[in-house]
Design a protein around this ligand. Sequence first.
Ligand SMILES: Nc1nc2c(ncn2[C@@H]2O[C@H](COP(=O)(O)OP(=O)(O)OP(=O)(O)O)[C@@H](O)[C@H]2O)c(=O)[nH]1
Ligand SMILES: [Mg+2]
Length: 204
Amino acid sequence: MANPLARAQYMLAAHTPRQLPPDGGFEVAFAGRSNAGKSSALNALCQQNALARVSKTPGRTQQLVYFELPQHENRFLVDLPGYGYAKVPLDLKAHWQAFLDKYFQNRQALRGLVVVMDIRHPLKDYDRHMLGYAVTRGLPAHALLTKADKLSRGATAAAVQAVKRDLAKDYGDTVSVQAFSGESKLGVDQARGVICSWLEIAPD
Ligand SMILES: Nc1nc2c(ncn2[C@@H]2O[C@H](COP(=O)(O)OP(=O)(O)OP(=O)(O)O)[C@@H](O)[C@H]2O)c(=O)[nH]1
Ligand SMILES: [Mg+2]
């Protein structure tokens, strides 16, 4: 059968909590530093080239962007604004911080968090902060180590092991870890499996 995420389509972009869809569905959010590859990962998972906007300019995704799965009611993928981008004006940063804090604390529909990190620069402070958010709320989290096409297979495996060991110290096995590439499509099926299980839909 077909990839259930392939029919994902843009639904809305929320700049304030009031613009979010009603909090009754199932959603999986994608967090990560600006330019980490969140939008590219979403596109690879959904087998679409231009679903989420990809850019060489950091700070491209500036809202909570919702994608819906038309054949599955109230199932959403959410592309979060990237963090850690120095050139975002301070007042906008504060706005995002407050919005994201509120979203993570209160959003009942949130079923799991994918934290997208460049496999060459994983587990920066804010990545840990996001993982901590999920674990504190009892939500599952998945560390997606992307741009693995930039490393050899050996270096990729070593990076995954290092991140696993590090996270196991703080979180036991509540955070899963994998290598990924939006470019080579490495790990796409594995990640899709995790997301579909959180959304309670069959992976294919
Ligand atoms: N080589 C390689 N490049 C990638 C991969 N994923 C993303 N990129 C590149 O990294 C840059 C940023 O990708 P985006 O997907 O826009 O990153 P983002 O995390 O959504 O960025 P913001 O929306 O700014 O937070 C783009 O130039 C992409 O082409 C990957 O798996 N491999
Ligand atoms: Mg983006």
